[in-house]
Each structure stands twice: as structure tokens, then as C-alpha cells.
Write a protein that binds this ligand. Structure first.
Ligand code: SF4
Ligand code: SF4
Length: 426
């Protein structure tokens, strides 16, 4: 049985306003990274003219995928900006000429059903489709398998507090999402699809139900309103009653985030690369929490300045992602990437000094990865002991820190342990 905690949602904050659009920034900053991989070959230089969708660089090694321009314009420089993992990453700065010129045939309607599996995989790859739920893994690689895919599981759980980007997308595009799922099933000869949605999201369930009647192989599966229900292993367990070790394909399943499905729709139907996304920008530090559709490479500081406005620009905490899994960023100088679903701006919490570990075992009890966070914390610099704790199974969900009565930031110790193990593994 999947266990977790019911958290206070605060999702209403960003749902008070209509989804906004900001698709014409003067500059975009395209980071040279895919997921956490910065092994990128760069194909452009200062002064080059690029089109919307032009290839700027390519991730090397396994699961190669292009990095694409989100505007047409001129490359004016390279500069480091904050990325969602809290590190500064080199970005290509493009000055937008606002002409939206394209090299390829973007926006020419395609018959989605004509695609062979090979064409489908190429289309996803060429259009830079990566997982939009956080990890940023190239999506085509999941489908490029010899194993039989029995089930497509669409993850629309969005279980972290504050985040409503997927929610807003579904309200606007449920019909296209279902059409795309149906096409994916046909192309890949997949028998069934389940869309996992939290059972309290009746508005989304009703929206899908308006169109789902024509798709007998697609079913809505209502899941528990607990955190971290959206973790891939939890969704597979809850919906399919199956466990796997490393990847869902071990149990014949592919899991895609619902925003990724919509990006696949745009790629198949309109040959549209992944150059924009809906992002939630919210929190008690802002006058106007919103969901907004923006170009990849837009600066978060610029969006906030134009659309959200700070309530008080002193002592704010910026988090890339949600409050549980997100990463604290020192400033708002952060770029929007396909895998950034939320930026949270809250007043800096008063840090009450952590007290001694009570050895209460709560962090062990609630860890969804079945780790012993307290022991990892105690031994975070002892590589020999860490090797026996399987620290890389940690999904950084933050529950151990959340639940700790001594207010110890246990997750940070576990992150440190992962880094220490990573250095030895290299
Ligand atoms: S150790 Fe990792 S997976 Fe376990 S509760 Fe802490 S952050 Fe979550
Ligand atoms: S929850 Fe906190 S106090 Fe309890 S064992 Fe874990 S680290 Fe110690």
C-alpha cells in the first residue's frame, strides 16, 4: 500500500487568476544543460542569427537530444544564470527580433495517426521533448525500447503544495491530451492508458470525462490525496498494483507527466518544438500568484517584475520547484526550463535552531524510499558506511525534514551523502 502524508495544499493561491501569457521577452537565456547533464556540444557563436526551433547545441553521450532556440534573433553573448538545481549554468543569450521566424515547418498541421514508431521517436527527439515533471529525461528514450509496452500511465497527480501548472494545462487542453494519448497508444501498440489524478480534483476529472467517452482504452484512475503520491514508483503501485526496481518498463509501463503529453501533442500535430511551458509562480511573497505560459529561457525575475510583483522585496526565499522537492535559489536570477514547473517566493522562515536528534524514528517511518535518513545523516561523510545504505534511492522528497520534530534538515544531509558517494563513484 502506498503511504504518505496529507499536506496543506495552498493551491488556491495561483488558481485565483486566469492563466497569463508572456511569449515575447526581449532576451532569452537558454541554459546548456539537459536534466543535470552539462555535457553539451555547442553549435553556435556570438553574432549568429537563429530561428525559432534552431538547434543551438546537443546533449552528448547516451540519450542525445538537441537544445533549441525558443525565439528568432541574434546570439549576443553567453552568461551564467541559476538553473533549477541551484547551480549556475552557462546560457546562450538570444536577442529576440520578435519575428518568430522558423527554419522548419512549424505549425503545419500533421495527421498524427500517420506516424510509424520510428517517425514518432524521431519527431520527439528532433523537437527536444524532455520530461516536464522535473527530471528532464529525454522522452523518446522511454519509447525506444524492444520491451513490450503494455500500459501508458499519465501522471497528472501534481501532489506538491502550491503547484498548479499541470492543473491549469488540463483545464485548457484536456481534449488534445486525450487525442494525443490515443495516438501514442496506436503508434506504440499499447493496449491501455490510465490517467492518474488525485481524487479531490473533481474539476479535472469532470473535464476529462467530457471527452473520454470516445476513447475506450483510456481510463481515469483516482488516487489518494497524499504526498508523495506523484512519485513514479507510488503511481505505478497505486494504479497498477505493481512494484519495480529501477524503471517502470520492467513491469511493461511507461510513465509520462501530463505536460509532457501535451508537448508530444504539439510536436506530432504541429511539429512544434518544446519552446514554451506553463509555470506556476506563487507564494506568500508575491502580490499576484499566477500560472503563466512563457518561452523557455525567460528570466523569472522579469516575469515577477511584470506580472506578480513582490509584496516586500526584503528577506524573501526563492525556491525552484515546490516546497518539498524544490531547491533554494539565492536570487530570482533563474531561467525557465522545460522541467521547471514552479517558482515559490515566500518570506524567509525564521530558522529555529534545530535541537538534538530525538532518535524518534519518524524520518525512517515516513521515508517513501524505505531508507534510514537518520542513519545517513549520522554517517554522511563516512563513505564505507554510506555504501551500505543505498543513498541514491533517495528521491529528495523532503518528507524526512518535514516530519522531523527536532527541525533537522535531514534531506540536506542525505543530499550531501549522495554527493559524497557520487564523488567516489566517478
Ligand atoms: S531520505 Fe530522501 S526519500 Fe527518504 S524521506 Fe528523506 S528526502 Fe524523502
Ligand atoms: S525524525 Fe528527526 S529527530 Fe526523529 S530520528 Fe529522524 S532526524 Fe532524529
Amino acid at each position: 500500500m502506498v503511504t504518505g502524508l496529507k499536506l496543506i495544499g495552498k493551491k488556491y493561491m495561483s488558481l485565483k487568476n486566469k492563466v497569463q501569457e508572456y511569449l515575447n521577452p526581449e532576451y532569452v537565456y537558454i541554459p546548456l544543460v539537459v536534466g543535470n547533464d552539462t555535457n553539451i556540444s555547442v553549435f553556435v557563436k556570438k553574432g549568429d542569427y537563429v530561428y525559432k526551433g534552431s538547434i543551438l547545441g546537443k546533449k552528448q553521450g547516451n540519450f542525445s537530444i538537441p537544445i533549441l532556440s525558443s525565439v528568432s534573433g541574434t546570439i549576443i553573448d553567453f552568461q551564467e544564470k541559476y538553473y533549477l538545481n541551484g547551480k549556475k549554468i552557462k546560457c546562450i543569450i538570444i536577442q529576440n527580433d520578435f519575428k518568430e521566424l522558423t527554419e522548419n515547418k512549424i505549425n503545419i498541421k500533421d495527421d498524427m495517426n500517420k506516424f510509424s514508431k520510428k517517425d514518432f521517436i524521431e519527431r520527439l527527439k528532433d523537437n527536444g521533448i524532455i520530461g516536464m515533471g522535473g527530471a528532464g529525461f529525454p522522452t523518446y528514450a522511454k519509447y525506444d525500447t524492444d520491451k513490450t509496452i503494455k500500459t501508458l500511465l499519465v501522471n497528472a497527480v501534481e501532489c506538491e503544495p502550491y503547484i498548479t501548472a499541470d492543473y491549469s494545462l488540463i483545464l485548457e487542453h484536456a481534449e488534445q491530451i486525450l487525442e494525443c494519448i490515443n495516438t501514442i497508444l496506436k503508434i506504440n501498440k499499447i493496449k491501455e492508458c490510465y490517467i492518474a489524478i488525485k481524487k479531490n480534483n473533481s474539476k479535472l476529472i469532470n473535464t476529462f470525462n467530457l471527452y473520454i467517452g470516445t476513447y475506450p482504452n483510456i481510463k481515469i484512475c483516482e488516487v489518494k490525496n497524499i504526498y508523495p503520491m506523484g512519485w513514479e514508483k507510488n503511481v505505478v503501485k497505486e494504479v497498477l498494483k505493481k512494484d519495480y526496481d529501477k524503471l517502470p518498463i520492467e513491469v511493461g509501463t511507461i510513465v509520462n507527466n501530463v505536460s509532457t503529453i501535451y508537448a508530444i501533442y504539439e510536436a506530432l500535430k504541429n511539429n512544434q518544438p518544446l519552446i514554451d511551458r506553463i509555470i506556476t509562480i506563487t507564494g506568500e511573497g508575491l502580490q499576484k500568484p499566477i500560472n503563466i505560459k512563457v518561452k523557455i529561457g525567460t528570466l523569472v525575475s522579469e516575469i515577477i517584475e511584470r506580472f506578480n510583483k513582490y509584496k516586500d522585496n526584503k528577506d524573501l526565499l526563492f525556491v525552484a520547484g515546490g516546497p518539498m522537492m524544490g531547491t533554494t535559489i539565492p536570487t530570482d536570477d533563474l531561467v525557465v526550463t522545460p522541467n521547471l514547473n514552479c517558482v515559490l517566493v515566500i518570506p524567509k522562515p525564521k530558522i529555529s535552531p534545530s535541537i538534538e536528534c530525538l532518535r524518534c524514528g519518524k524520518c525512517v517511518k515516513f521515508c517513501p524510499a524505505k531508507l534510514a535518513p537518520v542513519l545517513i545523516k549520522d554517517n554522511c561523510n563516512n563513505i564505507d558506511i554510506l555504501k551500505t545504505y543505498e543513498v541514491n534511492r533517495c528521491i529528495e522528497c523532503g518528507l524526512c525534514s518535514y516530519i522531523c520534530p527536532s527541525k533537522i534538515n535531514v534531506r540536506e544531509y542525505v543530499r550531501l551523502a549522495k554527493q559524497n558517494i557520487g564523488k567516489v563513484d566517478k
